[in-house]
Design a protein around this ligand. Structure first.
Ligand code: ZN
Length: 245
């Protein structure tokens, strides 16, 4: 039963009780007037001392009516008491419902505070998510930087490889030039030992070789001639040294 229906039912009961009270008052007034009437008749009777038959019947009627009115008053009183007790019970029920409503509204308020907490948590979660997105952006930009650096390193490695290849080519060309030089040019030759070394002007390395050669053949006869003059009979020390390396 809703509180509104309960309150309406109480109102109906109260109106009924009011009607009955009004009815009771009217009945009591009626009883009073009948009593007055009875008193008058009694007074008249006292004066007369004797009653006619009609007068006696009238008195009997008034007495009967009074008894009926009294029983009506008692019945109405009982009815009013009954209705009052029903109203009291209804009001107790209404109080209980009000208490329940108070409990429910407390629960609703705590639910509202839970909802507020949930909203706050959702806001925090969104903040964390945006922070994570920022972190991911930073990580991806770092990764991009690393990739760029790796590319640069790769390019530098390629460049290093290129330079190595160029160096190797240069070394090949140098030894090729050396080999070419082995077949022509001026040489320093020891007649006693039948050995020779090439003579390259403006080459510091060759200067050392020549000095060492002259030291090794100290006291021997060393000459400077064209390769063609010693080529077939003399040994080239540099060639032997090269092949030994
Ligand atoms: Zn010698």
């Amino acid at each position: 039963m809703s509180i509104d229906k309960l309150l309406n039912a109480n109102m109906e009961f109260r109106q009924e009780v009011e009607k009955l009270k009004e009815q009771l008052t009217q009945t009591k007034e009626l009883l009073n007037s009948k009593n007055e009437e009875l008193e008058k008749v009694k007074n008249e009777l006292n004066k007369k001392k004797t009653l006619t038959k009609e007068e006696f019947e009238e008195v009997e009627n008034i007495k009967k009516e009074n008894i009926e009115l009294k029983s009506l008053i008692i019945a109405t009183d009982n009815k009013i008491k009954e209705l009052n007790s029903i109203i009291n019970a209804k009001e107790e029920e209404s109080d209980k419902i009000k208490e329940e409503l108070a409990i429910l509204s407390t629960q609703i308020r705590s639910q509202e505070s839970i909802n507020t907490t949930i909203l706050e948590l959702e806001t925090k979660i969104k903040e964390f998510e945006s922070i994570n997105i920022e972190k991911e952006k930073i990580i991806s930009s770092k990764n991009q930087l690393i990739q760029d650096k790796e590319k640069i390193i790769e390019e530098q490695n390629k460049e290093i490889e290129l330079i190595k290849n160029q160096l190797e080519n240069l070394q090949h060309r140098k030894s090729a030039t050396k080999n070419v030089n082995l077949h022509r040019g001026r040489v320093r030759a020891c007649i006693k030992c039948s050995e020779y070394v090439f003579l390259h002007l403006n080459d510091p390395e060759n200067q050392k070789v020549i000095k060492q050669f002259e030291l090794n053949h100290k006291g021997h006869t060393i000459i400077t001639v064209d390769l063609s003059e010693v080529k077939d009979r003399y040994r080239n020390i540099e060639l032997i040294e090269d092949s030994e390396q």
